[in-house]
Design a protein around this ligand. Structure first.
Ligand SMILES: Cc1ncc(COP(=O)(O)O)c(C=O)c1O
Length: 400
């Protein structure tokens, strides 16, 4: 049997797969088993921020793997690799967030934040937003405001409430003395790359403070320069109690994290949380190398510059191809092109792939572009050229 046949026979079929077998990658490019080259504008789902097969990651992995991968008794012993990562994170985490624990994924980080918010507040309820996505474990799915991730798995975790994203009044109305925390993405990623109104996050933070509820900011998709700044909430005057991270933090190595304020840390007791890996030396070494690269290479500025030229192009497309494109939006290199018709979005996905470009669809009508953050201007232009050709072809076929 070949690769596809084996996966189709033995893997649990959670995914409607694309018919491509990926053998290797380098930077924004990947190659299939026929040695055909593609561009990856999905960065492995917002993950491989330094591109594929980055030597920065390979070197950190090999060096650390040659020393130690997993400590004796796991988190019960100290690790220089983990200490270095904690020390570096302390220099970039927003505001009062200084204490960090590591998870294996974004869902797990959100799980832990919700669990601990309940414990330290002594309250039960969590407010989340419609169209949010916080992960697929049972409590992260319970906090996810999309029916398709929830309705087949009932009963979910109790005491979750939902309000429209960006609607401050609805949130104020939903607040009461039972609310342990509000969980929020600074920009909804899976929900369709939805930006919040100006001052929304500041106002939510103020509402949380007034109500004695905690604010959990989910930076799993937006963190580590994806939207330009190191974190999407950087520079905003908000009181964050928990912040969750994953994806870009490991550049492709499966690691997540959550950070809390000293105040929250002071209310957490030994044994409240844990895990087998919890920032094992291998993941910690890779994450440190990734973050140091982002800082040393001023990737934040680079993302802002590339983003500016990409959006210039996309706004031109909105004018030229308005018969199929309904909207373009996003921030940094988290970019959405919304189509009027879901069928057009799926045609763009499959025709782009035929032309050698991976893009991603979310919410049926939205083509999401989230390439590696160190993509060059030329590479970005190359991918956009393929995409424009596909969209122009779509317009031609819809008018002929
Ligand atoms: C905002 C957000 N939170 C949480 C998650 C879940 O992360 P993971 O897939 O690592 O569990 C995702 C994944 O897409 C996400 O976008």
């Amino acid at each position: 049997m070949n690769t596809i046949e084996i996966e189709e026979k033995y893997a649990i079929p959670f995914f409607k797969k694309l018919p491509v077998v990926i053998e290797r990658g380098a930077g924004v490019y990947v190659w299939d088993d026929q040695d055909r080259r593609y561009m990856d504008f999905t960065a492995g789902w917002g993950v491989t921020c330094l591109g594929h097969a980055s030597p920065v990651i390979t070197n950190a992995l090999c060096e650390q793997a040659g020393k130690i991968i997993q400590n004796p008794s796991s988190g019960l012993t100290y690790s220089p690799a983990r200490a270095r990562l904690l020390d570096l994170l302390a220099t970039i985490l927003p505001g009062r967030l200084q204490r960090v624990f590591f998870s294996n994924s974004g869902a797990e980080a959100n799980d832990a934040a919700i669990k601990l918010a309940r414990k330290v507040s002594g309250r039960t309820d969590i407010i989340s937003t419609h169209k949010s996505f916080h992960g697929r474990t049972i409590s992260a799915a319970s906090a996810t405001g999309q029916a398709k991730h929830r309705e087949k798995f009932n009963p979910l975790m109790p005491n979750y409430r939902f309000v429209p994203y960006g609607d401050l009044e609805a949130l104020a109305t939903a607040m009461d003395g039972d609310v342990a925390a509000v969980i929020l993405e600074p920009i909804q990623g899976e929900g369709g790359v939805n930006l919040s109104p100006e001052d929304y996050l500041q106002n939510v933070s103020a509402l949380c403070e007034k109500n004695g509820s905690y604010l959990i900011i989910d930076e799993v998709q937006t963190g580590f320069c994806r939207t330009g700044p190191m974190f999407a909430i950087d520079g905003l005057d908000i009181k964050v109690d928990f912040m969750t991270m994953a994806k870009g933090i490991g550049g492709g190595f499966p690691i997540g994290a959550f950070a809390v304020s000293e105040e929250i840390a002071g209310k957490i007791e030994i044994g409240d949380h844990g895990g087998t890996y919890c920032g094992n030396p291998l993941g910690a070494a890779v994450s440190h190398a990734v973050i140091q690269y982002l800082i040393d290479n001023r990737i934040s500025d680079h993302v802002a510059a590339i983003s500016g030229s990409v959006f210039e192009e996309l706004h031109r497309w909105l004018q030229t191809y308005g018969s199929v494109i309904a909207d373009v939006r996003g921030r940094g290199l988290l970019i959405a092109i919304e189509f009027h018709q879901a069928s057009d979005a799926s045609a763009v996905l499959s025709r782009s792939l035929e032309q050698g470009l991976f893009v991603n669809i979310t919410q049926e009508k939205v083509i999401r572009l989230f390439p590696a953050l160190n993509i060059t201007r030329e590479e970005a232009a190359e991918g956009l050229q393929i995409l424009e050709k596909v969209i122009a072809g779509l317009v031609r076929s819809s008018t002929s």
